[in-house]
Ligand binder design. Structure first.
Ligand SMILES: [Zn+2]
Ligand SMILES: [Zn+2]
Length: 138
């Protein structure tokens, strides 16, 4: 098992945005939807669902939002200098932050507990056996 000690520090690629994660995420999910492929410039993105109280940010963030198929607002916060995506959130649920955790110092905690939007998954990526998967957003 991972023995991550909190707080865990994170930073964007240029270091302008820094943050501290004070406690373990509630859940870590990999999303294979086309939007996540775009934002991660990869086959999927990883999200750590974190209580907003468990994150302390320093630096300037810029925000951008789009309306999802569900009608929910997907808002994103990113570093305006290097463009690194830092987290996503729904403005209607400000107590939950969907952290993009790849820029944490300790990456052991970003093992997905579920894979969603597998219907849009790249064919060459194989989901590890035993990890729950869902065709869309469950
Ligand atoms: Zn940056
Ligand atoms: Zn997605």
């Amino acid at each position: 098992m991972s023995e991550t000690a909190y707080p865990v520090y994170g930073a964007c690629q240029c270091g302008q945005v820094r943050y501290r994660l004070l406690a373990a995420p509630r859940m870590v999910v990999a999303c294979h939807c086309r939007e996540c492929q775009k934002l991660s410039t990869s086959a999927f993105s990883i999200t750590a669902v974190v209580a907003a109280d468990d994150l302390i940010f320093e630096g300037t963030l810029r925000h951008w939002e789009r309306t999802a198929d569900s009608g929910n607002i997907n808002a994103a916060a990113f570093c305006p200098d290097c463009g690194n995506r830092i987290y996503h959130y729904d403005p209607a649920q400000p107590d939950i932050i969907k952290l993009k955790p790849s820029n944490l110092d300790d990456t052991r905690l970003i093992q997905p507990q579920a894979h969603v939007w597998v219907s849009e998954k790249q064919a060459w990526f194989e989901i590890p056996e035993g990890v729950p998967q869902f065709d869309r957003q469950p």
